[in-house]
Write a protein that binds this ligand. Structure first.
Ligand code: 13P
Ligand code: SF4
Length: 301
């Protein structure tokens, strides 16, 4: 902590001076997650918190689509992302024109966008979902067939749990696509009794070999509620670091994949964001109105 003390103290001072709040995703490093964040959670929780945030400034310690979502939901606030280049392979996998072409190919079929998309893509769809509510949204529309984009694995994993037919896009998360079913088998052989939790952005054969699949918040809740003696979270590396702090009695096995985008956020650039108002998220108002409708429909469902 001595390494971080100067930046941590400065960030707490700046938050008071600017009436700012830091919303941090579960994949942020422990010094951010435990040291300076006011609210932590999965994409769904951060979106909900953005709606009710009363601070003048929201700093989103996460990736760009999360900051855009916060701005959509609370447009009068100044929303800052400490590194504007913190992207996401899923958000980058699809454009608004792609969505329009999908609609032409499947007339009348409602389109669900994972929140891991740009505001411009959200503006083209009917409703959003997160990994925490995907099945509920798919079934909540009350139709036999939906388009769900851009994560083909999330779409296939939800399809395995519902009778609704799901037409998928071909996007993948560059972090979760790298886990294999063989990894799960080797983990079980090497760590007897291990409980295997996976994120639903993992390929379906990985999910099939796991004990539980859920959003980052659902994985953290599983560990807290069930207290497995030994557990592995097949997801981004900081997730285990952050959860393990709370449960010193649990043996966390830690193979993981880093998200290079999440790791662009540091204490240094959070401090600079608050000092110099970097990097402010702006969205064209007409586009924002359409994108906001997709996110608020999700929150209403
Ligand atoms: P969660 O909504 O489960 O936190 O996932 C966000 C994400 O980017 C996972 O890779
Ligand atoms: Fe995007 Fe995957 Fe990184 Fe999540 S972990 S932000 S889905 S690239």
């Amino acid at each position: 902590w001595a390494l971080f003390a100067d930046d941590v103290e400065a960030i707490w001072r700046l938050k008071r001076e600017r009436n700012a709040v830091i919303l941090a995703h579960n994949y942020q490093t422990p010094e951010i997650f435990h040291g300076v964040a006011d609210i932590v959670g999965d994409s769904l929780a951060l979106a909900r918190e953005a709606v009710t945030a009363e601070a003048d400034v929201i700093v989103l310690a996460g990736v760009y689509f999360m900051a855009e979502t916060a701005k959509l939901l609370n447009p009068s606030k100044t929303v800052l992302i400490p590194d504007a280049g913190a992207g996401c392979s899923l958000a980058d996998s699809i454009t608004p024109a792609d969505v329009r072409l999908m609609r032409l190919a499947h007339p009348g079929v409602p389109v669900i966008a994972y929140v891991n998309t740009s505001a411009a893509v959200k503006a083209e769809v009917d409703i959003c979902c997160t990994s925490g509510n995907a099945k509920k949204i798919v079934e909540g529309l009350g139709v036999p067939k939906v388009i769900m984009l851009p994560d083909q694995y999330l779409a296939k994993n939800v399809a395995a749990e519902t009778d609704v037919e799901i037409i998928a896009w071909a996007g993948q998360c560059e972090v979760h696509e790298r886990f294999t079913a063989q990894d799960v088998r080797e983990l079980r052989a090497g760590h007897p009794g291990v409980t295997v939790l996976v994120h639903p952005e993992c390929p379906p054969d990985v999910v099939a070999e796991a004990d539980f699949a859920g959003s980052t918040a659902a994985m953290a809740d599983f560990v807290g509620d069930r207290r497995p003696a030994r557990v592995v979270l097949l997801t981004e590396c900081s997730m285990s670091d952050n959860v393990a702090v709370k449960y010193p009695d649990i043996d966390f096995v830690r193979p993981c994949n880093l998200c290079p985008h999440m790791k662009k956020i540091t204490l240094k650039n959070i401090r600079a964001a608050l000092e110099d108002n970097l990097h402010e998220v702006t969205i064209d108002p007409a586009l924002a109105e359409r994108a906001r409708a997709s996110v608020t429909r999700m929150l209403a469902l």
